[in-house]
Design a protein around this ligand. Structure first.
Ligand code: NDP
Length: 315
């Protein structure tokens, strides 16, 4: 039987934004309910060390950090649950959200902190070989490719970081970059360019993958569409995507303003959306910075806004 319950503050997502919102909302006595979403703990659980979060001079393991944030939120009475919000109805307050189990939650305020997920190229072969050589997370899956040859797709900071990480495990790492240059920061560019195990294939696109039962190589095209276009097969054991992320906002599309890429648009400098009492924090609303510390900060802002909204509404 599906349940219906009421909460003063529903937080959707369990990354740095969601948990920080939960800590602040909990301390404000809002007894927040947190739905963790598909990837409990968010993107930082897919990484190894987080070196740039202030307060950890030696860095911190991403999973550990998320567990600590969860414990801290629970200490302030946040009700943290596994589960996904699959439907939203923001037509009137209290807002109605439905979970993947069919349970319904009436919420006076909603903090959306659903983050973003890795993008894929859109090749059928990515689906065919998913888990059989295709991955969007080097730090999760790199271990399986020790002493092997892999390719990382993309030319941004993520791709460089993943290529560098894989170069410590694998014999050879190709970077497949569609432009004649890397988009990454200077420091990351230097790191991959000076790494003898990394070979950067500029102006290359992947058009397919091949292999019996698992990835054995990629069909690539150099200078696609140009008179000197070259097509060839690149033997690899693993194919890692690092071409950016897509915000997890489809559930809210009907109700909120999203930009072209799907990021929730908020009132300048605040986590307020166009629906009173509905706030957005973290990567789902941040196409620019996409950093854990920024997400945590915006989660804090969203919780403060929720508290003020409830108090103004006398709820
Ligand atoms: P970016 O959007 O910066 O880079 C994506 C890369 O993937 C680009 O090289 C892009 O190519 C390429 N790409 C996109 N779509 C395709 C496609 N369909 N086929 C082939 N290539 C494609 O994403 P990142 O995830 O690298 O970084 C996101 C943000 O996070 C950035 O602001 C970055 O600086 C930051 N970041 C910072 C880190 C750090 O400071 N340690 C670590 C990781 C990320 P093109 O250039 O042609 O568009």
């Amino acid at each position: 039987m599906a349940n219906r319950e009421h909460t003063r503050c529903l937080i959707i997502g369990s990354g740095p934004a969601g948990y920080t919102a939960a800590i602040y909302a909990g301390r404000a006595n809002l007894h927040p309910t947190v739905y963790c979403g598909l990837q409990s703990g968010g993107q930082l659980t897919q990484t190894t060390m987080v070196d740039n979060f202030p307060g950890y001079p030696q860095g911190v393991d991403g999973n550990q950090m998320m567990q600590d944030l969860r414990s801290q939120a629970e200490r302030f009475d946040a009700d943290v649950r596994d589960g996904i919000i699959v439907r939203a109805d923001f037509s009137k307050a209290p807002y109605l959200l439905t979970t993947d189990r069919g349970d319904e939650i009436e919420a006076d305020t909603v903090i959306i902190a659903t983050g973003a997920s890795a993008k894929y190229l859109g090749l059928d072969d990515e689906k065919k070989y998913n888990g059989l050589g295709v991955s969007a997370c080097a730090t999760c899956d790199g271990f399986f490719y020790r002493k092997k040859t892999v390719a990382v797709v993309g030319g941004g900071d993520t791709a460089c970081e993943e290529a560098d990480y894989l170069s410590h495990l694998c014999n050879k790492v190709y970077m497949i970059v569609r432009k004649p240059y890397l988009r990454a920061s200077e420091a990351m560019k230097r790191r991959v360019e000076n790494n003898a195990k990394i070979e950067i294939l500029y102006e290359h696109n992947t058009v397919g993958l091949y292999g019996e039962g698992g990835v054995e190589g990629a069909h690539v095209v150099k200078r696609k569409g140009e008179p000197d276009e070259q097509r060839y097969d690149l033997p690899i054991d693993g194919f890692f995507l690092a071409i950016g992320h897509k915000p997890n906002t489809d559930v809210f599309r009907e109700w909120l303003d999203l930009d072209e890429a799907g990021y929730i648009q908020t009132v300048n400098g605040t986590p307020r959306t166009k629906i009173p009492g509905v706030f957005a924090a973290g990567d789902c609303a941040d196409p620019v910075y996409r950093q854990a510390i920024v997400a945590a900060g915006s989660g804090c802002m969203a919780a403060l806004e929720a508290e003020r909204y409830l108090s103004a509404e006398g709820k």
